[in-house]
Design a protein around this ligand. Sequence first.
Ligand SMILES: NC(=O)c1ccc[n+]([C@@H]2O[C@H](COP(=O)([O-])OP(=O)(O)OC[C@H]3O[C@@H](n4cnc5c(N)ncnc54)[C@H](OP(=O)(O)O)[C@@H]3O)[C@@H](O)[C@H]2O)c1
Length: 348
Amino acid sequence: MKPRPLGRTGMTVSELCLGTMTFGTQTAQDQAHAQIDHALAAGINFIDTAEMYPVNPVSKDTIGRTEEIIGAWNAANSARRGEFILATKHSGSGMAHVRDGAPISGATIRATLESSLKRLRTDYVDLYQFHWPNRGSYMFRQNWSYDPSGQDPAAIRENMIDCLEALQREVDRGTIRAFGLSNESAWGTAQWLHLAEAGHGPRVASIQNEYSLLCRLFDTDMAELSVNEEVGLMAFSPLAAGLLTGKYQGGQVPQGSRMSLVPELGGRKSARVFGAVEAYLDIARRHGIDPVHMALAWALTRPFMMSAIFGATTLAQLDHALGAAEVTLSEEILSEIAAAHKAHPLPY
Ligand SMILES: NC(=O)c1ccc[n+]([C@@H]2O[C@H](COP(=O)([O-])OP(=O)(O)OC[C@H]3O[C@@H](n4cnc5c(N)ncnc54)[C@H](OP(=O)(O)O)[C@@H]3O)[C@@H](O)[C@H]2O)c1
């Protein structure tokens, strides 16, 4: 498992990151703890969570449960806290179940972080991320109807300054080590960078956006910003929520799978997606490579990639994903993937 820099922070993270959003719904606490043990033993040093997890479904009654499950592991393994980089997230505006949907601001950060620290049973978060911008995002299929014309750039920057100052107070008292974004745009990330460089607070270290063989919105403007500014991508849903395993081909919906819980897979189930998946499965088959390994190993070849955050509902899935770290894709496979991408652009 190769280490990669976490922006300009001096910290390093493993190229695979353990996602936790099913801990507390699909994945019970004992299984979640077994996953953390197994991931750390395999060389993963990076765990991603959020105050709002678990998901599928997100509900008022379970918000915070995933952090509590990680907290129970921390409490039982307090001597090991320094072994891994723990990332969590402050929800953005409109999350009705917490703070009545209030936007992220200097007034919400301290209390929200304190609640996460309490649930996580730790004194600090290594990477504190804003889950989505207050102004909204084009992620989660909103790119199809995205319209930024109602935004007020001056008010957005004022809120960013207020947040950066609050984040700096947390850095100063040792409760967070680095700041990251999620579901952000190139314009938004550039504003955060500019304001940090003007002295308002910590520099953005990372950006967590969706990225996979099937979701490549990051490939252009975000790629340029990410590489030139050393704001690495934490790619979420690198297996396209399970689609790239091939298990949903031919109309199959395995019992207990994500699609059995969320039939549209967050807008990823589309008319064109199964043909696109077939093209990637075909490449994997012809080259005798496992499709899960191909999807993850490909993500790791991208120039802006910091870490691919995969999910596993079982220990067997985790073990399967770990094999990707050993795989190097040939030039031939990479050029076939590029051709498949051109033939099946933006399938959802
Ligand atoms: N910032 C954000 O807005 C955001 C959004 C989404 C996710 N995330 C982060 O990214 C992490 C990963 O997201 P994700 O779960 O969507 O990633 P993913 O890696 O694309 O999908 C993982 C899911 O695919 C299925 N799967 C994985 N390996 C498999 C295998 N070998 N065989 C069959 N099925 C397999 C499992 O679902 P089933 O067993 O249920 O089918 C598993 O939960 C999350 O935990 C979270 O930390 C962040």
